[in-house]
Design a protein around this ligand. Structure first.
Ligand code: NAD
Ligand code: DAU
Length: 369
């Protein structure tokens, strides 16, 4: 129940033993969310993921044995497959994370982003709406469609400007951000036009275990321990707001359970760092944990490389709404979160090897053995 005013919530998802359909659950945030749901709630999970290059069975190994987790390898663009899954599984809610998620890749190959992020979201909305309309009144009252999005839809902030709020105008700059903005608009339209009970959340940069090693933190860890150059775009001055992925999972469940229908909630770590500050902190943790690596101190490996085209200068989230309405706050500070993350990667180099065997990781990231 909403801690502010139950009557504004338009229903309460907080019943026990429900079934949640999670899309993108074989990826970084989706798998953290499923671990959260299995460990911290008694809900069952249906995980729909096509296993693109960034989704892997290896990521699911810790949850696959749970009788409360069912994995369906399917593309969300396949309407017939979605209809079959909704009809057979009868979910009480959808948490939609499946997406192409990497900005650099969206610059190289935008078509995949249009397909999965826009067409895929459209297909999921259509299937969910038909299912919602055919459900009985009790099921309709409970049903939620939670769309998981990003702060990148708001565009770039100046160095000193105020952080993004839920009313900041959309101004996406990369093909990835534009495709997520489009999907957010579709979700909003399916609520306003067709009455689908949706909630949205827009989050800042996540870090933690199981992030595909094309993203800044895991990429730097793997490069640094091999004694290879750590690529910092431009002068490393761009700023991101970092949040530990388990805190995001908790926020997502709060939004699903208690968020007001039709509302969006910004989620962030209140932890702004320039990329150079972050990479230096990472190198210091590696100096402690890997004193015998080929190049120590690891910061000697920091190398400035050509900037990302259209690189957004700064993201920062004002998380006041989710804090005040839903009582959510991050619980993992950046330094312990970073230590935990580095330790996880060092203990899971086999996972890194497994997920980077594909064409993209091998050729673009230079990480294949
Ligand atoms: P990820 O790339 O690690 O995982 C995405 C998952 O979606 C993969 O398992 C992939 O196989 C699956 N997928 C992609 N296209 C699909 C399709 N057409 N059908 C079925 N499955 C498909 O991404 P992530 O970092 O875990 O991000 C998850 C979501 O959270 C995305 O919607 C992203 O926009 C959003 N988000 C990410 C961050 C972040 O910092 N990583 C921050 C805010 C929001
Ligand atoms: O803000 C939320 C977004 O955060 C999510 O929506 C995206 O899915 C997620 O990928 C992330 O986007 P970023 O572009 O911010 O993340 P990335 O890890 O790719 O880059 C973080 C910063 O580091 C960014 O300013 C670019 C820079 N960078 C990145 C890479 C891969 C480098 O300097 N060198 C690199 O090699």
């Amino acid at each position: 129940m909403c801690i502010l005013c139950a009557q504004f919530c338009g229903g309460n998802f907080g019943e026990a033993g429900l079934k949640i359909l999670v899309t993108g659950g074989a990826g970084f945030i989706g798998s953290a969310l499923i671990r959260y749901l299995l460990e911290r709630t008694d809900h069952d999970v249906v995980n729909v993921d096509k296993l693109s290059y960034s989704g892997s069975r290896a990521t699911l190994s810790a949850i696959n044995n749970s009788p409360r987790h069912l994995f369906e390898q399917q593309d969300i663009c396949d309407g017939d497959a979605l209809e079959r899954i909704f009809a057979s599984q009868r979910p009480d809610a959808v948490m939609h994370l499946a997406a192409e998620s990497h900005v650099d890749r969206s610059i190289d190959r935008p078509a995949d982003f249009i397909q999965s992020n826009i067409v895929g979201t459209y297909q999921l909305l259509e299937t969910a709406l038909a299912y919602f309309r055919a459900s009985d009144e009790k099921a309709r009252k409970r049903f939620r469609f939670h769309h998981i999005s990003t702060d990148e839809v708001y565009g770039a902030l100046a160095p000193e400007g105020p952080a993004f709020t839920e009313t900041t105008a959309y101004a996406p700059n990369s093909p990835y951000a534009a495709s997520k903005a489009a999907s957010d608009h579709l979700v909003h339209a399916w609520h306003r036009t067709y009455g689908l009970p949706v909630v949205l959340s827009n989050c800042s940069n996540n870090y933690g275990p199981f992030q595909f090693p094309e993203k800044l933190i895991p990429l730097c860890i793997l490069k640094a321990i091999r004694g290879e150059p750590i690529p910092v775009y431009g002068r490393g001055e761009n700023v991101r707001d970092w949040l530990f992925v388990e805190d995001h999972a908790e926020a997502l469940y709060r939004v699903l359970s208690d968020g007001r229908i039709g509302e969006r909630y910004n989620v962030g770590g209140d932890c702004e760092l320039s990329n150079l500050e972050l990479v230096k902190k990472l190198c210091a943790v590696l100096d402690e944990q890997r004193p015998d690596d080929p190049v120590v101190p690891h910061s000697k490996l920091i190398t400035y490389v050509t900037d990302r085209p259209g690189h957004d200068f700064r993201y920062a989230i004002d998380a006041g709404k989710i804090q005040n309405e839903l009582g959510w706050r991050p619980t993992t500070d950046f330094e312990p979160g970073l230590h935990k993350t580095v330790s996880w990667y060092l203990d899971n180099l086999e996972w890194c090897r497994t997920v980077t065997q594909g064409e993209y990781a091998g050729e673009r990231l230079g990480l294949r053995d």
